[in-house]
Design a protein around this ligand. Structure first.
Ligand SMILES: Nc1ncnc2c1ncn2[C@@H]1O[C@H](COP(=O)(O)OP(=O)(O)OP(=O)(O)O)[C@@H](O)[C@H]1O
Length: 589
């Protein structure tokens, strides 16, 4: 193991960032622009090479091999490149470079008419990146440009293997970030782009005076490359979002910033709704286009129907409830906006199924996460990583066995503990953490984390992957994941899974043309996530997979000029090792 790591380090010090490792390409993040590493000339070199695999290991070698597999028409024709790794390891960068590669090599057509189509599509596919990143990425403790959603992009090729269209599927946007940013982190980039990049005229129209303070815009004094508004606007325009629609979007975003400034205070008379500052409430409602009184009632007053006669009562919400409702409104609006953007992007890059015959899929999902406090978001993300790990191991072992068989080598089974136990614990039938979470929601139990902890332990204590931090005062459970143990806090987990929208807010939003589901139709977060992941796994299983494992090198290997005070590498090592031990086993067989 040490040898493998030393080898990677030695290569890193002489600017060799890519290393072939069995069926994977290991990609170490250089953390600095390396001239010519992604130049059009280099793309061409890999594209025209007789045997690209004989050139230096590179993401372009993987990309070219994948493209040739499609051309060969050998089953499975469709291909997937699974880009994985922890936050900041370089997945998004890699995916972007792969898209540029395909946009370049799949554009070599002769007819001027076709050429126009291909150029338009490839430009739009590339333009989808800055737009999705502006609305879906944010500066976190680990990465200035961290993707807060997962994505699978299908680049669709016609029968001449030219790029004819594309489609994007997204997973679980971290919408809580709109209303809550952890210390030293930021909101989504787009909010900083509009506040820093709006013209004087726009500032007036969107009500964004220069230097104004917004509670939901922390750390705005930090200027990042990602703050460039012009790039996002131009990309949106090329994707068919005209200036007037853009204007409406930015007004809504500005409205959300003002909504975040609404602070409630307890009224002197408890029978009255919470009080708030008149000036601020006017600004938020003007921009969100919701009548002031309607908005305020929905945030501050609960409607209760009770008794045999189904009498309707109005009850003022507590200050904390008002704040939860305010945040919920912001999350729903932002999530709907993101959903709409993905739809518009897809409409602008998609072609009817008859126009394409094969596809190359690029998967860029959030890596394994283990923070001091973990909740439903980390559970979903780590569940996705377990699924992908299972997919990788199955493919890796199969490929290895085929290679041994082809070479006539003797081999015996390696003692690999697969992660099925862990997956059963999270999502298995009939009993699992997901099913218990859904049961709590279905029965509409008042969420008591202590009781829920007891229920989990009673139902799932047979599973060896489950344990608990007995020294913690907070109710929790620990899952032994393939990449390490993670302790999840149960406080608010059931509520997060319900993701409830108060009926009063649904009414206001529906009246204002923001379609939301009513209570009866609500699907829990884990059910929705599990469904979309199963759908993804089905697609992946029908394709030939290729793996690029991105690794963030240890802090003392490089100087990161983009961040101040970057530190910590224990997870990096463990992430790297979870992959490398498999390869090590293979080498030493
Ligand atoms: N090949 C590369 N060359 C130069 N710099 C790179 C490269 N790959 C990544 N970086 C740098 O590392 C940063 C983090 O990379 P990236 O955003 O791709 O990580 P990620 O794995 O997608 O993280 P997350 O899961 O948080 O979205 C980039 O913003 C860039 O500064």
């Amino acid at each position: 193991m040490t040898t493998v790591l030393k080898c990677l380090q030695a290569r890193y010090t002489v600017n060799l960032f890519y290393t072939n490792a069995g069926c994977s390409l290991v990609a170490l993040n250089p953390f600095q622009p390396i001239s010519c590493l992604y130049s059009p000339e280099l793309m061409r070199e890999y594209h025209v090479a007789v045997r690209p695999q004989d050139l230096k290991p590179h993401i372009f070698a993987v990309a070219e091999q994948t493209y040739r597999n499609v051309q060969s028409q050998i089953d499975p024709i469709n291909q997937s490149i699974i880009v994985s790794g922890e936050s900041g390891a370089g997945k998004t960068w890699t995916s972007r470079c792969l898209m540029k590669f395909y946009a370049s090599v799949a554009a070599s057509v002769t007819s001027p008419k076709d050429n126009e189509t291909v150029e338009r599509i490839e430009k739009r596919v590339l333009d989808s990146n800055p737009v999705m990143e502006a609305f879906g990425n944010a500066c976190t403790l680990r990465n200035n440009n961290s993707s807060r959603f997962g994505k699978y992009i299908q680049l669709q090729l016609d029968r001449f293997h030219h790029l004819s269209s594309a489609s994007i599927q997204t997973f679980l946007l971290e919408k809580t970030r709109v209303a809550y940013q952890a210390p030293s982190e930021r909101n989504f980039h787009i909010f900083y782009q509009i506040t820093k990049g709006a013209t004087a005229e726009e500032r007036l129209e969107w009500n964004l005076p220069e230097g104004a303070d917004y509670c939901w815009l922390p750390n705005s004094e930090r200027n990042l490359d990602e703050d460039c508004f012009e790039v996002t606007r131009d990309a949106m325009f090329h994707l068919g979002i005209d200036r007037s629609t853009q204007n409406n979007i930015f007004k809504v975003l500005s409205g959300l910033l003002h909504l975040g400034n609404i602070q409630f205070s307890n009224p002197l008379d408890e029978s009255q709704p919470c009080e708030l500052d008149d000036k601020i409430k006017g600004e938020a409602t003007n921009l969100l286009k919701i009548p002031v009184e309607e908005l305020l009632d929905s945030l501050r007053i609960r409607t209760i129907t009770a008794g045999k006669q189904q009498q309707v009562f109005k009850k003022p919400c507590s200050r904390a409830e008002c704040e939860t409702r305010r945040d919920c409104l912001a999350k729903v609006i932002y999530a709907k906006l993101f959903e709409w953007l993905v739809l518009v992007i897809n409409e602008s890059i998609y072609a009817d199924k008859s126009a394409w015959t094969s596809f190359l899929g690029l998967l860029d999902v959030y890596g394994f996460e283990a923070f001091p406090e973990n909740n439903l978001e980390q559970l979903c993300i780590n569940y996705a990583n377990e699924k992908l790990q299972q997919h990788f191991v199955a493919h890796y072992l199969k490929a290895q066995q085929e290679e041994y068989a082809a070479e006539g080598l003797q081999w015996s089974f390696i003692n690999y503990q697969d992660n099925q136990n862990c997956l059963d614990l999270i999502e298995g039938n009939p009993l699992s953490i997901f099913s218990l979470l859904n049961e709590e929601c279905r029965l509409n139990r008042s969420s008591n984390p202590d009781l829920f902890q007891t229920r989990i332990e009673k139902a799932l204590s047979d599973n060896q992957c489950l344990s608990r931090d007995k020294f913690s005062k907070k109710p929790n459970f620990i899952i032994s994941h393939y990449a390490g143990k993670v302790c999840y806090q149960l406080e608010a987990m059931v509520e997060k899974n319900k993701d409830p929208i108060p009926p009063e807010l649904i009414l206001v939003l529906n009246q204002n043309n923001v379609r939301t589901q009513n209570r009866a139709a609500v699907v829990t977060v884990v059910s929705k996530f599990k469904g979309s992941l199963e759908n993804l796994m089905q697609i992946l299983n029908s394709t030939k997979p290729h793996y690029i494992r991105c690794i963030k090198p240890n802090a003392d290997w490089y100087v990161d000029t983009t961040r101040e005070g970057t530190s910590g590498f224990s997870l990096r090592i463990s992430t790297a090792l979870s992959l490398l031990w498999l390869l090590y086993n293979a080498v030493t067989q």
